[in-house]
Design a protein around this ligand. Structure first.
Ligand code: SF4
Length: 273
C-alpha cells in the first residue's frame, strides 16, 4: 500500500466484498490496519448480481462476517441499480459473443462506484491479487485493448465527479498466499462457483499461468513486474484520453465515448426484452 501511496489518513474507504476469500481477507487486514491507526472510516460494499443459487450463500457470509468484525456493510443489486440482474441479462443478450463476465464486469465497476459514492467514500479498495492482475493483463493484451492496459498500473488515479480513487492493496500478493492467510485466520468464504464463470477466457488463462508456475516457480511474479512496466508506459501515453473523458449522453457519468459501456450494454439488452 505504501509503495503506490494507496491510502492517506483522512480517507473513507469502501471495500468491495464479494464473500470470496480474497475480499474477506482484505476486509480483515484493513480493519486491523484501521484499528491500529485509530481510523474508523471503513465500509464494506457488496453487489448482488442477481445470479440464482450463487449469491445467496455469499450475501449471508458477508453479513455475518461484517457483524462479527464490526464493519458497516451496504448491499445493492444490479436489479436496484440497473433494472435487471445477471440471470435476466443472460436471457436477453443477443448472442453468446456478449459474454457473461464482460457484462457483469461492466455493471460491477459502475455499481461499486455508485455504492462508494452513496456511502461518502473517496477510496474504493478491491481485493485483486497478482494472479487476477496478470490474467486481466493477458485478456486485455489478447483482445488488443491497450487503453485498459494503461488503467492497470497500480498507482491510483482519481476519476469521476466525486474524485474516487481505486486501490488494490493485494496486487503484489499471490492468490495462494491469500488462501493461506484466510485459512489461518479461519475466515469463512463462499464455496459455490458462479454458473457463468466458464464462459470467460479468464479460466483458460488462469490454468495456463498456473501450469507455467508449477514448472517454473516465480514466473508469475516476473511476468507481473514486466506487466507493471508496460502498463506504466501505456498509462503515460494514454494519460490525455484517460483524464479528459466525456460525459455519457444517457446517464451523464464519465465515459471515453459518447455513450458509456453500461448504457450501451443496457440498450442492447433492452432490444431483446
Ligand atoms: Fe459475474 Fe463472471 Fe464473476 Fe459470474 S464469474 S459473478 S458472471 S464476473
Amino acid at each position: 500500500m505504501q509503495k503506490f501511496s494507496m491510502l492517506s489518513h483522512s480517507d473513507k474507504v469502501a471495500v468491495g466484498v464479494s464473500g470470496g476469500k480474497d475480499s474477506l481477507a482484505l476486509l480483515c487486514v484493513l480493519k486491523k490496519f484501521f484499528e491500529e491507526h485509530n481510523r474508523t472510516k471503513l465500509v464494506a460494499i457488496t453487489v448482488d448480481e442477481g445470479i440464482h443459487n450463487y449469491r445467496e450463500e455469499s450475501l449471508q457470509i458477508v453479513k455475518d462476517f461484517c457483524s462479527q468484525i464490526k464493519v458497516e456493510t451496504k448491499i445493492s443489486s444490479y436489479k436496484d441499480l440497473f433494472g435487471l440482474g445477471m440471470d435476466q441479462a443472460m436471457q436477453q443478450r443477443p448472442s453468446e459473443k456478449m459474454t457473461s463476465c464482460s457484462m457483469c464486469g461492466t455493471f460491477r465497476r459502475r455499481a461499486i462506484d455508485m455504492m462508494a459514492e452513496s456511502v461518502g467514500a473517496n477510496v474504493v479498495a478491491t481485493a485483486h491479487n497478482l494472479d487476477d492482475q496478470l490474467q486481466t493483463f493477458m485478456i486485455n493484451l489478447l483482445s488488443g485493448d491497450t487503453e485498459r492496459i494503461g488503467w492497470m498500473y497500480p498507482e491510483p488515479i482519481q476519476y469521476g465527479p466525486n474524485s474516487l480513487r481505486k486501490v488494490k492493496p493485494f496486487v503484489e500478493i499471490y492468490e495462494h498466499e491469500i488462501v493461506f492467510y484466510a485459512v489461518l485466520r479461519e475466515i469463512p468464504f463462499q464455496s459455490e462457483e458462479c454458473p457463468y464463470m466458464h464462459e470467460s477466457i479468464r479460466t483458460d488463462i488462469r490454468e495456463f499461468l498456473n501450469k507455467l508456475e508449477t514448472g517454473h516457480a516465480g514466473i508469475k511474479y516476473n511476468a507481473y513486474n514486466s506487466m507493471t512496466k508496460i502498463s506504466k508506459m501505456f498509462k503515460t501515453s494514454y494519460m490525455g484520453p484517460l483524464s479528459h473523458s466525456k460525459e455519457c449522453l444517457v446517464c451523464g457519468r464519465n465515459s471515453t465515448g459518447s455513450i458509456c459501456s453500461v448504457c450501451k450494454t443496457l440498450q442492447v439488452l433492452a432490444k431483446n426484452k
